[in-house]
Design a protein around this ligand. Structure first.
Ligand code: FE2
Ligand code: FE2
Length: 232
C-alpha cells in the first residue's frame, strides 16, 4: 500500500501569531497539563498565567527597544511556549519543550527559519546551560526570570514551603522597566522580608540574575535589580 504524505514544503508558510498560539487546542491542553504536573510535585505556577506574562513581557522588552515587529511576535510566541515541556517532566523541560514547539509550529506551517528562532529561545531559557542566542531568546530569559510573585505559589501548606515558594511568596510587587534611552532593563521588586530575606532571595536568584545580565548585554542594555528601593 502506498501512503502519500503531503510535502510540508509545498504548503504556503504562515506568519503564526501569539493569538493563534493562545487559542490552539493542543497548546491549551499541554500547558494546562504541564501546570497540573508542576502542582502535583509542589512547584510554583507554570500554567497559562505564567505563559501569558512571559509572552507579554518578552514582546514589550523588544518593542520598547525598537526591534522589529516580527522579532517581538516571535519572542512573544517563544515566551508563551517556553515551559510547555513541563508536560513531560520538569527535568529536561527545556529540550522537551523545544521539540513539542517544533511539532506544533511545523503543523501550523511556520517557516523553518522562525521555528529555529523559537526553539532556540525555548532551548536556552534556563540557567546554567542557557545562553542568549538571539534577541527573542534574550527577551524570554529576562521575562521568565522577572515573573516572581506570591500568586505563583501553589503549595497549599506554608509549613512545607521550600525556598522557591518562600522567595515567590515574599514578592508583593514585581515590575520590569525598560528604559530605552538609558539602555537599562530594571527589575524592581517589593519583598516582604517576613517571608524571605533579601539574602535568601539572592541565594536562589544569583544564577538567574547572571543570566539576565548576559541577556540584557546581548540586546545592548544593562540589567539592574532593585529590591525594596535598594539597587543591588
Ligand atoms: Fe523553564
Ligand atoms: Fe518559566
Amino acid at each position: 500500500m502506498n501512503i502519500v504524505t503531503p510535502l510540508l514544503e509545498s504548503e504556503p508558510l504562515s506568519l503564526v501569531t501569539l493569538k493563534e498560539i493562545r487559542h490552539d487546542a493542543r497548546v491549551r491542553t499541554y500547558i494546562t497539563r504541564a501546570n497540573e504536573q508542576m502542582k502535583a510535585i509542589g512547584y510554583t505556577e507554570h500554567g497559562h498565567r505564567h505563559a501569558g506574562i512571559v509572552a507579554t513581557i518578552s514582546r514589550t522588552v523588544l518593542t520598547n527597544l525598537g526591534l522589529s515587529g516580527r522579532d517581538a511576535e516571535l519572542a512573544a510566541i517563544a515566551g508563551y511556549l517556553h515551559d510547555i515541556g513541563c508536560v513531560v517532566n520538569r527535568v529536561g523541560h527545556v529540550e522537551a519543550g523545544a521539540m513539542i514547539a517544533y511539532d506544533l509550529l511545523s503543523k501550523m506551517n511556520m517557516s523553518p527559519n522562525e521555528i529555529a528562532t523559537i526553539i532556540g529561545a525555548i532551548g536556552n531559557h534556563e540557567e546554567p546551560d542557557g545562553e542568549p542566542i538571539s534577541a527573542p531568546s534574550a527577551a524570554v530569559i529576562i521575562a521568565d526570570k522577572s515573573d516572581v510573585h506570591f500568586t505563583r505559589v501553589q503549595n497549599p501548606d506554608p509549613t512545607k514551603f521550600d525556598i522557591h515558594d518562600r522567595v515567590n511568596y515574599a514578592v508583593q510587587k514585581s515590575y520590569l522597566r525598560v528604559d530605552a534611552p538609558e539602555k537599562t532593563i530594571n527589575l524592581e521588586l517589593e519583598i516582604n522580608t517576613e517571608h524571605a530575606s533579601v539574602t535568601e532571595y539572592f541565594e536562589i536568584f544569583v544564577l538567574r540574575m547572571v543570566l539576565c545580565r548576559r541577556a540584557a548585554d546581548f540586546i545592548g542594555c544593562k540589567f539592574r535589580l532593585r529590591i525594596n528601593g535598594i539597587n543591588l
